[in-house]
Design a protein. Structure first.
Length: 242
């Protein structure tokens, strides 16, 4: 199953519950962006790739960016529109691989947060994606990228990751590693009047070593400002300027 199918048929129906309190998430993102000096400095144009329900988008809009928020899932796009209503946000349903139309924006900031990058199908797509992001930035533009590092496989019981639970839902993620991919199974139990119902869906993510991303960004002229794990996500901030 593709990432798009997995979201449409399974994950997007409980995505917002999974990521937690929206206002709290927005505040944390604002604090992170401000701590990195990410505020409007020129055009104020930002692009949020894989925007989900809008946590990064709204954080950036509250920092006075005009945000072009892009996501491929219709359910999440509708949530994004609701969450960003009245703000300086353009919500676009599109695939993040389709960066051509957005190069003309010459954004001062592009963000791709969460684990969106690993939804791409192979390393060639990653290379093309990074190149497109750099082309869509203005001459002093900044790129913020986060993703999960699956390069070192988890084994045994460590492959079973308890994501979130409450009185109505229990979500567990199961990882099965291949040479180039990790098979991700989202195992959801939802409480009903007759008991607990199980819903299961699996899809593949690519395994990317962060050093490969750093090298590719460096090769296309980006200066790496941050390269570390923050909140369990590998975080890279790169700039066109030195």
């Amino acid at each position: 199953m593709t990432a798009k199918d997995h979201y449409a048929n399974h994950l997007s129906t409980f995505y917002s519950w999974m990521v937690g309190d929206f206002k709290s998430g927005v505040q944390k993102q604002k604090e992170f962006f401000k701590s990195q000096g990410i505020i409007p400095k020129r055009s104020g144009t930002a692009i949020d790739l894989g925007a989900g329900n809008g946590i990064q988008t709204v954080a950036l809009a509250e920092l006075d960016f005009h945000v072009h928020a892009i996501d491929f899932d219709e359910n999440l796009v509708q949530e994004l529109k609701k969450n960003s209503y009245g703000m300086s946000v353009s919500v676009i349903r599109d695939d993040i691989r389709n960066l051509g139309p957005y190069i003309k924006l010459q954004a001062e900031l592009i963000v791709c947060c969460g684990d969106t990058l690993t939804h791409l199908e192979n390393l060639d797509e990653v290379t093309s994606f990074l190149d497109g992001c750099v082309k869509a930035l203005d001459p002093e533009g900044v790129f913020v990228l986060t993703f999960r590092d699956y390069s070192i496989p988890l084994e045994g019981a460590h492959r079973f990751i308890p994501v979130k639970s409450d009185e109505q839902r229990i979500l567990t993620c199961v990882l099965d590693y291949e040479k180039e991919y990790v098979n991700v199974t989202d195992l959801l139990y939802e409480k009903a009047e007759t008991g607990w119902n199980q819903k299961v869906s699996s899809y593949k993510k690519i395994r990317i070593n962060p050093s490969v991303i750093v090298q590719q960004l460096s090769n296309i002229g980006m200066t790496i400002k941050v390269n570390e794990v923050l909140n369990r996500l590998h975080t890279i901030i790169a700039s066109k300027s030195t």
